[in-house]
Design a protein around this ligand. Structure first.
Ligand code: BAL
Ligand code: ZN
Length: 874
C-alpha cells in the first residue's frame, strides 16, 4: 500500500462550498444524489480544464453531470480510489448519482445498518463510501440533506444542523430536509434513520438561547439515558465557565447505536455513540461505566469547538483536536470528581497503553510523519500523549496564560482547518513566549527517561538536584534531542511538610537545580502530579517511599510512591521466582523485611480516614500484570502472575482485620447514586473484598457469592463476580449463569459477561472462549462483542495469551484473519498485542512472529491490518 507523507501536503486544487445530498434509503440498495458547488482554489492556480479528483470507494456510479450536462463515460475516469474529470470552469456544479448497500457494509465506515437503524461513521475517510467527494478535512462546505425513507421502519430521520422541512411521500415513505449552516469537513457529516425512542431535555446558554437536547436510543432503553443527559448539560455549562465557549445551534442530538467501531463520534450537532457509552442505570452499569459515559459525552460535546468550529488541516494534525479535547475532558472530570483520583486514572491509562506503544514497533510522534491507513493513527499517542502535551502548555503558562492562548486560537482560527503549529503559535503569541523546544513533543516519539540525584549541603542550607533526560531510539528516529518539560518538585521535611514546592523547567540533557534556604535534609517528591509524561528511573530507598506514601502533600505522588515500592518488590521477587524454580512464596520470603514493611504502609493508607475513599481504593491496588511485564525483559507472564497473586494473598492475610472492617463499614443501605463519593465508597469496599478473597480463606469466597446474590446495583455485583471469576467456587457458575439469563437480550450488559470469562485466570479460559464464540449472542460483526471476548483475552489476560505452547497466539491470529474480511479497522486495532514479541523470551517471540507472518500471508489483507502487522514484525 501507498505511504502518505506529511511533507507532501498540498492545498486542495478545488474546494466544495456547498453540498446538497438526497438519500433514498433502502437497506440493500440506497440511492445517493449529490450536487456539489465546486470552486477552483486560487492558491493552486487551477481552473477550466484542470483535473478534478473526488475520492470514492465501493460504490456503484450511476451518472455524472457538470453544469447540467451529463458526461459520457469517456469524459471521466473512475477507479477503486475515485473519480476524475476535467473542470468545465472555475466555478461549476457537479451532480453525481451513486448506489451503496448499507446492509452489506460490515466495515461500519460510511452508511451502514445497526440493528434496524441506518447510521453513518465518516471520520476519517468514510464519506467517500457514501458519495464521490474531496474527502479531506481542509475542504469545508455547508450541507443540505434530504432523507427519504419508509415511514414505518424509519419514523426518525436525522442529519446535521436544523430541520427545515419534512412531510409524507407516496408509497408509505416520508422525508426530512436538514441544513447545517456551519461549513464543515465531510468527516463530520452524519445521518441516522430508524425507529428510535427519544429522551428530551434542554439547556439555556450563557447568552440566553434555549437549546433542545435529545438522546435517541432503541425502544425500551429510555430509562437509561438520564446520566448521559445530565453529563451533557454539565459539559455545556463547564465549557462556558472554563473556556467561555457557547453552543452554537438550537438543537443537539445524540444517537446510541449497538454497532460502532469507536467509542463515539462528534458529528456536528448529531453525535453518534457506541450505546455502551450512553446507556446506564444502577442495575446495568458500574461506577466505571458512569465515569466513562460522563467523560465521553463531554469529550464529544467539547469537540464542537475543538474539532468542529476549528478543525484539522490534514490527518497528520489529528492531535490538534484529539489531544486538546482529551485534555479538556480530563479536566472536566477532574472538576466533577476528585482531581487527584482523576490524575491517577489518566496516568495509569497512559502508562498502560501509551508508554508500551511509544516503546514498541508502532511508536510514532504525536504528529505522525507518515501513514498507510489513517484509521491506524487514532492511537493512545495521538490522544493521550497529545493531551499531556497540552497539559504541559497549561502548566507552563498557568491557567490565565493558557486561557489567553485558547481565546486567541479560537478567535484567530474559527471556521478554519489548521495545524498543530497554528495552535502552538496562538499560545506563544498570546503569552509572548517561545515554544520552539516544547514543540519537539509533537515530532519526537518515545517516552523520555529521567534520572535524578540530590545533594544536601547542611552548612549552606542548600539542596542541589541534578536531573538528566534521555529518550531511546524509536523506528525511524535513531537520534533524540532534549525536550522541554515542567517538573514539579516537592522537598519534604522530617515532619512531612513541604520545605519547598516549586516547578522547574528541564530543557537540557543534564541540568542542576539549586534550592536555597532548605533547613534540613529533605525527602524529594519528584514530578508531582506527573507534570511531565516521563519514566523516572531513580531508585529512592524504601524508607523514603514509605515516608512519601504517608506524607506527600501531592496525592498523586503518594500513590506513585506506593506503586514504585510495589513494583520494585515484585520485580525482585520475580527474579527470585525464576531462580528458585517457580516458588512464589519462597520468592517473597527472600525479600526480607520489605514485604512486611510494604504491607504495613499499605495498611496505613487503607485505614487513613483523612484520605478520600476513591484515592485509598486506588492506592491499595498493586500495579497490573501488563504494567509489570513492561518493566523487565524478557517479561515472564507466568512468574508475574504467580508473584503478584502470592503478594495479594499476603496482603489479604496480613491486613485481614482491617480489610474486613473496611468491607463491612462501607456497606450502604442507601439507594445507588453514581456520584464520586458513593462510587469511592464502593470502590474501597470492592478492593477490600478482592484482598479478602485473595487470602484464600474460604469464607470470603462465600461472602463474594453472597454479595453477588444480594447486591442491588451492577457495581457491587461486578465487584463480586470479578473475584469469583478466578475461583473454583460454586458461586462462580451460579453467578455467571444468573448474569447470562438476566441479560441475555441486553447486548451492552452481556459484553461484561463475555469479557469477564475472557480474562479469567482459570486454566480452562481459552477453551471457554472458543465455546463462547458460538454463543447465540456472539458475533464477529459487532465490534463490542469482538473487543469483549477476543480483545479482552489478548489485552487483559497476559498469562493465557502468552501461554508457552503458543495456543493463545494461534487462536488470536485466526481471529484477526477472520475479522479482517469483516471489519479491517477493528482487526488492525486488535493486532498490536502480537507486536510486543521483542519483550518476551526467544520461544514466545518466535511464536508471536510466526502468528504475525500468518496474518501477513492472508490473501487480500486489508491496508489497515497490513500496516500494523508489517510494522509489528519489523
Ligand atoms: N473523532 C473520533 C472520536 C473522538 O475522538 O471523539
Ligand atoms: Zn475525540
Amino acid at each position: 500500500p501507498q505511504v502518505i507523507h506529511r511533507k507532501d501536503y498540498k492545498e486542495p486544487d478545488f474546494f466544495v462550498e456547498k453540498v446538497e445530498l438526497v438519500f433514498d434509503l433502502e437497506r440493500d440498495v440506497t440511492n445517493v444524489k449529490s450536487r456539489l458547488f465546486i470552486a477552483a482554489n486560487p492558491a493552486r492556480g487551477t481552473g477550466k480544464g484542470d483535473e478534478v479528483f473526488l475520492h470514492g470507494e465501493d460504490m456503484k456510479l450511476l451518472s455524472v453531470a457538470l453544469d447540467g450536462v451529463r458526461l459520457a463515460s469517456s469524459d471521466f475516469d473512475v477507479d477503486a480510489e475515485g473519480l476524475r474529470f476535467a473542470a468545465p470552469g472555475s466555478n461549476f456544479i457537479a451532480e453525481i448519482e451513486t448506489q451503496i448497500s448499507p446492509a452489506n457494509n460490515t466495515r461500519l465506515e460510511g452508511l451502514y445498518v445497526s440493528q434496524s437503524a441506518f447510521c453513518t461513521q465518516c471520520e476519517a475517510e468514510g464519506f467517500r463510501r457514501i458519495t464521490y467527494f474531496p474527502d479531506r478535512p481542509d475542504v469545508m462546505a455547508t450541507y443540505k440533506v434530504t432523507i427519504n425513507a419508509d415511514k414505518t421502519n424509519c419514523p426518525v430521520l436525522l442529519s446535521n444542523g436544523n430541520l427545515i422541512d419534512s412531510g409524507d411521500l407516496d408509497g408509505g415513505r416520508h422525508f426530512a430536509v436538514w441544513e447545517d449552516p456551519f461549513p464543515k469537513p465531510s468527516y463530520l457529516f452524519a445521518l441516522v434513520a430508524g425507529d428510535l425512542a427519544c429522551v428530551e431535555d434542554s439547556f439555556v446558554t450563557m447568552s440566553g438561547r434555549k437549546v433542545a437536547l435529545r438522546i435517541f436510543v432503541e425502544h425500551g432503553n429510555e430509562d437509561r439515558c438520564d446520566y448521559a443527559m445530565d453529563s451533557l448539560i454539565r459539559s455545556m455549562k463547564w465549557d462556558e465557565e472554563v473556556y467561555g465557549l457557547e453552543y452554537d445551534l438550537d438543537l443537539f442530538n445524540i444517537v446510541a447505536v449497538s454497532d460502532f467501531n469507536m467509542g463515539a463520534m462528534e458529528n456536528k450537532s448529531l453525535n453518534i455513540f457506541n450505546a455502551k457509552y450512553i446507556l446506564a442505570k444502577p442495575d446495568t452499569a458500574t461506577d466505571m461505566d458512569y465515569e466513562l459515559i460522563e467523560s465521553i459525552v463531554a469529550h464529544e460535546y467539547f469537540h464542537n469547538w475543538s474539532g468542529n468550529r476549528v478543525t484539522c488541516r490534514d490527518w497528520f494534525q489529528l492531535s490538534l483536536k484529539e489531544g486538546l479535547t482529551v485534555f479538556r475532558d480530563q479536566e472536566f472530570s477532574a472538576d466533577q470528581r476528585s482531581r487527584p483520583v482523576q490524575r491517577i486514572k489518566d496516568v495509569a491509562q497512559l502508562r498502560a497503553r501509551q508508554f508500551p506503544e511509544d516503546g514498541g514497533p508502532l511508536a510514532h510522534p504525536v504528529r505522525p510523519d507518515s501513514y498507510m491507513e489513517i484509521n491506524n493513527f487514532y492511537t493512545a499517542t495521538v490522544y493521550e500523549k497529545g493531551a499531556e502535551l497540552i497539559r504541559m502548555m497549561h502548566t507552563l503558562l498557568g491557567p490565565d496564560g493558557y486561557r489567553k492562548g485558547i481565546d486567541l486560537y479560537f478567535d484567530r482560527h474559527d471556521g478554519q482547518a489548521v495545524t498543530c503549529d497554528d495552535f502552538a503559535k496562538a499560545m506563544e503569541d498570546a503569552n509572548g513566549i517561545d515554544f520552539t523546544q516544547l514543540k519537539r513533543w509533537y515530532s519526537q516519539a518515545g517516552t523520555p527517561e529521567l534520572t535524578w540525584t540530590g545533594n544536601y549541603d547542611a552548612d549552606a542550607k542548600q539542596f542541589r538536584l541534578s536531573v538528566s533526560q534521555k529518550t531511546a531510539p524509536t523506528p525511524g528516529q535513531p537520534d533524540k534531542q532534549p525536550l522541554h518539560m515542567p517538573i514539579a518538585i516537592g522537598l519534604l521535611g522530617a515532619d512531612g511538610s513541604d520545605l519547598v514546592a516549586q516547578m522547574v523547567e528541564l530543557t537540557s540533557d543534564s541540568q542542576e537545580f539549586v534550592f536555597d534556604g532548605v533547613s534540613e535534609k529533605p525527602v524529594v517528591s519528584f514530578n508531582r502530579g506527573f507534570s511531565a509524561p516521563v519514566n523516572v528511573m531513580t531508585d529512592q530507598p524504601d524508607e523514603e517511599l514509605v515516608f512519601l506514601m504517608g506524607n506527600d502533600s501531592d496525592a498523586f505522588n503518594r500513590w506513585e510512591a506506593g506503586q514504585k515500592y510495589a513494583t520494585r518488590l515484585m520485580l525482585s521477587a520475580i527474579t527470585a521466582y525464576e531462580e528458585n524454580g517457580g516458588d512464589a512464596d519462597a520468592a517473597l520470603d527472600a525479600q526480607g523485611d520489605s514485604v512486611e514493611s510494604f504491607i504495613a504502609a499499605m495498611g496505613a493508607t487503607l485505614m487513613n480516614d483523612d484520605l478520600d475513599k476513591a484515592f485509598r481504593a486506588d492506592a491499595v491496588m498493586l500495579p497490573g500484570e501488563e504494567f509489570l511485564s513492561e518493566q523487565r525483559k524478557p517479561a515472564n507472564p507466568e512468574a508475574i502472575h504467580q508473584v503478584r497473586k502470592a503478594l495479594r494473598k499476603r496482603i489479604g492475610l496480613g491486613l485481614m482485620g482491617d480489610l474486613a472492617n473496611t468491607y463491612h463499614q462501607n456497606a450502604s443501605n442507601a439507594a445507588f447514586t453514581p456520584d464520586a463519593t458513593s462510587a469511592g465508597q464502593r470502590a474501597l469496599r470492592a478492593a477490600s473484598l478482592s484482598y479478602l478473597v485473595a487470602s484464600e480463606k474460604g469464607e470470603y469466597a462465600d461472602l463474594a457469592a453472597e454479595q453477588y446474590r444480594t447486591a442491588d446495583n451492577m457495581t457491587d455485583q461486578m465487584a463480586a463476580l470479578s473475584v469469583l471469576n478466578n475461583l473454583d467456587h460454586p458461586g462462580r457458575a451460579e453467578a455467571l449463569a444468573d448474569f447470562e439469563e438476566r441479560f441475555a437480550k441486553d447486548g451492552v450488559v452481556l459484553d461484561k459477561w463475555f469479557a469477564l470469562q475472557a480474562v479469567s485466570s482459570r486454566d480452562d479460559t481459552l477453551a471457554r472462549i472458543k465455546d463462547l464464540m458460538s454463543h447465540p449472542a456472539f458475533t464477529m460483526r459487532n465490534p463490542n462483542k469482538v473487543r469483549s471476548l477476543i480483545g479482552a483475552f489478548a489485552m487483559g489476560n497476559p498469562r493465557a495469551f502468552h501461554a508457552k505452547d503458543g495456543s493463545g497466539y494461534e487462536f488470536y491470529a485466526d481471529r484477526l484473519i477472520e475479522l479482517d474480511d469483516i471489519n479491517p479497522q477493528v482487526a488492525a486495532r486488535l493486532c498490536a498485542p502480537l507486536g510486543t514479541w521483542a519483550k518476551y523470551d526467544g520461544e514466545r517471540a518466535s511464536l508471536m512472529k510466526a502468528a504475525l507472518e500468518r496474518v501477513l500471508a492472508k490473501p487480500e489483507i486489508s491496508r489497515d491490518l497490513y500496516e500494523i502487522a508489517s510494522k509489528s514484525i519489523a
